[in-house]
Design a protein around this ligand. Structure first.
Ligand SMILES: NC(=O)c1ccc[n+]([C@@H]2O[C@H](COP(=O)([O-])OP(=O)(O)OC[C@H]3O[C@@H](n4cnc5c(N)ncnc54)[C@H](O)[C@@H]3O)[C@@H](O)[C@H]2O)c1
Length: 262
């Protein structure tokens, strides 16, 4: 039988019920990996889709903002799968779209809590196991909003800039244990909920950067992207797979931009 690239390896995917998490989980299932999905949402549909690849898949309901829960869940996964080889640290939310002086203080805290502190919790808990086994690869999901400050998204931008910084430190701290840590920065992805939400909410803000007509806003956003189109969710998993594979064995602390303009 043909051996697939990730045969015999396990991957943990947070935000596994969401668009990018699920598409990536399916890709890794197709490439032979055993998959552990983490999310706060129901994962029955996601599980069924990953199972169609023939992969072993288990789901774990866990809120990444609660460290005790994360540590317990990750320890269970390590037992269930006999170790953790790869982590796709990907759960996140967009937050509200408001100019800075009107940005809701509680929403800022929530976005940072999920996108940054939650991501740190998962990174820390998984690193404990990878350090002990002296191997592992990690990909964090940042965003183009972490490369160039996005308008009307102060919390999201701050969380994703921090994610890229945390990736660089993690790469250095974990290198002695044979662990590589990189991040990806998707830009405008579509079609779908996140794309529609961004276009509608940017139009609703009425700032000098975007029109108030959503169709014009969509054109303005695409106009800022070098490839003059939004990316499809299906264009993300291949980059994650590259960063998890031996093809990137000397790549760590790197952020890969997936087109973008923000
Ligand atoms: N879609 C885009 O345009 C885009 C662009 C750049 C970056 N991103 C990033 O990609 C990642 C995935 O986004 P997506 O587009 O798949 O969105 P999505 O909303 O489809 O998926 C995100 C998932 O994270 C889960 N989640 C949220 N809070 C959680 C928590 N506290 N604990 C556990 N799980 C939690 C959600 O339930 C959801 O299933 C996010 O980090 C997002 O910021 C997305």
């Amino acid at each position: 039988m043909e051996t697939k690239r990730f045969s015999g390896k396990s991957i943990v995917v947070t935000g596994g019920a969401g668009d990018i998490g699920l598409a990536t989980a399916v890709r890794f299932g197709n490439e032979g990996a055993d998959v552990a999905l983490i999310d706060v949402k129901d994962m029955a549909t996601a599980k069924a889709k990953v199972q169609q690849t023939g992969a072993t898949v288990r789901t774990y309901t866990c809120d990444v903002t609660e460290y005790a829960q994360v540590e317990r869940t990750v320890a269970t996964i390590a037992l269930d799968f006999g170790g953790i080889d790869m982590l796709f640290n990907n759960a996140g939310i967009q937050g509200q779209f408001k100019q800075l002086h009107t940005y809701p203080v509680d929403d800022f805290a929530q976005v940072i809590n999920i996108n940054l502190i939650g991501a740190f919790h998962v990174l820390r808990a998984v690193a404990i196991h990878m350090v002990a086994q002296k191997s592992g690869t990690i990909v964090n999901t940042a965003s183009m909003a972490g490369v160039d400050g996005p308008v009307n998204m102060v919390a999201y931008g701050a969380s994703k800039f921090a994610m890229i910084g945390m990736t660089q430190t993690a790469a250095k701290d974990l290198a002695p244990y044979g662990i590589r840590v990189n991040s990806i920065s998707p830009g405008f992805m579509g079609p779908g909920f996140m794309w529609d939400r961004q276009v509608d909410l940017q139009a609703a803000v009425g700032s000098q950067y975007y029109d108030t007509d959503r169709n014009v806003v969509a054109k303005q956003m695409i106009g800022a992207v070098p490839l003059r189109r939004y990316g499809s969710i299906e264009e993300i998993p291949g980059t994650v797979a590259y960063l998890m594979s031996g093809d990137s064995s000397y790549v760590t602390g790197v952020n890969i931009k997936l087109s973008g303009g923000i």
